[in-house]
Design a protein around this ligand. Structure first.
Ligand code: TXA
Ligand code: MG
Length: 326
C-alpha cells in the first residue's frame, strides 16, 4: 500500500484526481491549492462550480494555512474531534482558490479519521479538496467498488480501504459568523458539540442567505427508484397495495422479513443508528439496482441519535425517481 500511496500523492502533485476512503464516505480528491486540479473535480462529478468543497488536512496543525481566523471554539472542537467526522466552516485565507470555496469568504476543513486518508495526506503534506466521490446528486460511495461504478471508464485511481466505518457524511458546523450553526447533521451530534463548547449549536434551516451547501439541497443522496418512508404499519399497507398492483418492491427495515412473496425483496437493516448508518448507502445502492417499482424504508425513530440518518432518508426520498439530478 505504501507504493500506492506514494503514487496517489504524486498524482495529486501533478494536478490529477485521486479517490480515497475516509471514515465517512469515499472522497474524490485534488490538490486544494491548485485551481486547475480542483476544476477537474467539478467536471468529473457534473457538479455546479459554485458549490464549495471540503479541504482535508493531515492534522490540525495545518489549519492556519487555510483559515485566517480560528476562534477558540474551533481549536477546542479540533482537539476533541479531529481526526474525525466533523467539518468546520471558518473564514478562509486569501490563498485558498475560489474554486474550493465557491467564491465565498469561508472554507470547510476537516481531518478525516481513516488510516489510508491520513497516510495519503501525510505524504502529500497539503490540503486535499474532496467532495464525496459520486456523480452530483447521487448516493455517496462507501466502498471502492461504488466509486468505480460511479465513474466507469473515467474512474481515477481509487485507494481501496474497504467499507467506510461511519457510512454517512461528516457533521458540518459553521463557526464563521459568531454563534455556531449546524449546517449538516452527522455522526458527531449537536449534543457532542455542546459537551465540548458548553453551548448548543443552532440548527440551520436551509434558506437563501445561508452558506451554500449542496448537502443541504432537499433532493440529494438519491436512488433512481422512487423511495418512500413508511411507518411499520404503513409498510404493511404499502406492501399490500404493491402486491395488489402486481408491483415488485424493495424493503429496507430493521426487522426480519415479515412477508414472503416473489414480488418483495426484503433487506434487513441494523436496528441501532451506527450500524444503520454504516450500511445505509450500500443497501440503497443494492436495492436501487434491482429495478423495483419502489423502495420502501421503514422509518427509524425520530430521536436525536437518528437525526443524521433521518436527514439523509428525507433527502433520498425527495430526490428519488429522477433520471438525473441537476
Ligand atoms: O464526510 C464528508 O464530509 C465527505 C468526505 C469525503 O469527507 N465529504 C463530503 O463532501 O460530503 P461533499 O462535497 O459531498 O459535501 C460537502 C458539503 C457540501 O454540502 C458543501 O456545500 C459544504 O460541505 N461546504 C463546503 N465548504 C463550505 C463552506 N465554505 N460553506 C458552507 N458549506 C460548505
Ligand atoms: Mg456529496
Amino acid at each position: 500500500m505504501a507504493a500506492e500511496i506514494a503514487r496517489a500523492a504524486a498524482l495529486l502533485r501533478a494536478g490529477e484526481l485521486v479517490a480515497f476512503p475516509t471514515e465517512t464516505v469515499y472522497g474524490l480528491g485534488a490538490n486544494a491549492a491548485d485551481a486547475t486540479a480542483v476544476a477537474k473535480i467539478f467536471a468529473a462529478k457534473g457538479r455546479p462550480a459554485d458549490h464549495p468543497l471540503i479541504v482535508h488536512l493531515p492534522s490540525a496543525a495545518h489549519l492556519p494555512r487555510w483559515a485566517r481566523e480560528a476562534p477558540a471554539e474551533a481549536e477546542r472542537l479540533a482537539a476533541a474531534f479531529w481526526p474525525g467526522p466533523l467539518t468546520l466552516i471558518l473564514k478562509r485565507q486569501a490563498n485558498v482558490p475560489d474554486a474550493v470555496t465557491g467564491g465565498q469568504d469561508t472554507v470547510g476543513l476537516r481531518v478525516p479519521d481513516h488510516p489510508l486518508a491520513l497516510a495519503l495526506l501525510a505524504v502529500f503534506d497539503g490540503g486535499v479538496a474532496a467532495p464525496s466521490a459520486n456523480r452530483f446528486g447521487r448516493i455517496s460511495p462507501t466502498t471502492a467498488a461504488h466509486v468505480r461504478e460511479e465513474f466507469g471508464d473515467r474512474a481515477p485511481l481509487v485507494l481501496d480501504g474497504g467499507p467506510c466505518p461511519v457510512g454517512i457524511e461528516s457533521t458540518i458546523l459553521d463557526l464563521s459568523s459568531g454563534a455556531p450553526r449546524l449546517l449538516r447533521p452527522g455522526a458527531i451530534s449537536a449534543a457532542d458539540i455542546a459537551r465540548v463548547l458548553g453551548r448548543t449549536p443552532a440548527i440551520a434551516a436551509p434558506h437563501a442567505d445561508a452558506p451554500r451547501a449542496s448537502g443541504m439541497l432537499a433532493a440529494h443522496y438519491a436512488p433512481r427508484t422512487p423511495l418512500q418512508q413508511v411507518s411499520s404499519d404503513g409498510l404493511l399497507f404499502a406492501l399490500r397495495d404493491a402486491l395488489v398492483a402486481g408491483e415488485r418492491v424493495a424493503v429496507l427495515a430493521p426487522t426480519a422479513q415479515a412477508i414472503s412473496h416473489d414480488l418483495v425483496i426484503w433487506k434487513q437493516a441494523p436496528a441501532e443508528p451506527a450500524g444503520f448508518a454504516r450500511a445505509l448507502y450500500a443497501s440503497l445502492r443494492e436495492l436501487d439496482a434491482l429495478g423495483c417499482a419502489r423502495i420502501l424504508v421503514q422509518q427509524p425513530p425520530s430521536s436525536e441519535a437518528w437525526l443524521a440518518i433521518n436527514d439523509r432518508l428525507r433527502r433520498a426520498a425527495a430526490g428519488s425517481g429522477a433520471d438525473d439530478e441537476t
